[in-house]
Design a binder for this molecule. Structure first.
Ligand code: HEC
Length: 184
């Protein structure tokens, strides 16, 4: 009887020890995976930031140029419409997702609004003066840079179709471009 109790006690201790060692190992592995996922290579994140800056510059220059040269009355095909179409095509055909969204609460098209927490919080930060907002995310084990850049009322012509832009405080963005680009 005594002997049995000793053996059972001993087996119990061994099982408890093995379980503890395993769970320590497991949580160590999980922690390592989380750290690895949370912080991709810094140089790679910088490259993605530069990609966003380059795209952002091209898009904004193009929107302003098209509005300046081609849009003369409110029946003309708006640069905003062209941008929405272009961003949809890029998002469908590549590993990037790009959207043009409203920051005034009164979008021309109800689809063009902040949809998730990153975009909603980001819009607030841009309106408070941030030049750009970004964040690293992981989807299906792959890293992406999400970024939001401000769209200001750059010219009087914008007000021709978006009359309420006139009421926006000087310097405050009326919209944003939302980017999701892979970190390679
Ligand atoms: C000719 C009319 C017209 C002009 C001028 C115009 N827009 Fe737009 N804008 C539109 C239309 C129409 C949409 C909706 C496009 C869509 O979803 O297909 C739009 C969409 C937008 C959006 C996305 C949010 C929303 O309201 O749906 C932003 C931001 C925007 N325009 C900013 C600007 C800026 C900045 C200018 C000046 C450079 C400008 N627009 C000039 C007609 C115009």
């Amino acid at each position: 009887m005594k002997h049995h109790a000793l053996v059972i006690g001993f087996v119990g201790i061994v099982v408890a020890l093995i379980t503890t060692v395993q769970s320590v190992n497991l949580s160590y592995a999980n922690a390592e995976e989380r750290v690895a996922k949370a912080s991709p290579n810094k140089a790679a994140v910088e490259r993605s930031r530069r990609t966003v800056q380059m795209l952002d510059n091209i898009f904004k220059q193009t929107i302003v140029m098209v509005t300046d040269k081609y849009v003369n009355d409110d029946d003309d095909f708006a640069a905003g419409s062209a941008a929405v179409l272009l961003f949809k095509k890029i998002s469908d055909d590549s590993d990037k997702t790009i959207r043009l969204i409203d920051a005034t609460g009164d979008p021309y098209e109800s689809e063009n609004v902040a949809k998730d927490a990153f975009e909603k919080e980001g819009i607030k930060k841009l309106k408070a003066g941030a030049k750009t907002v970004d964040e690293v995310v992981t989807r299906d084990g792959k890293h992406y840079l999400r970024a939001l850049t401000p769209v200001p009322v750059v010219m009087q012509k914008c007000v021709m179709c978006h009359a309420h832009y006139e009421d926006v405080k000087a310097g405050e963005p009326i919209g944003a471009i939302s980017y999701t680009v892979p970190i390679d």
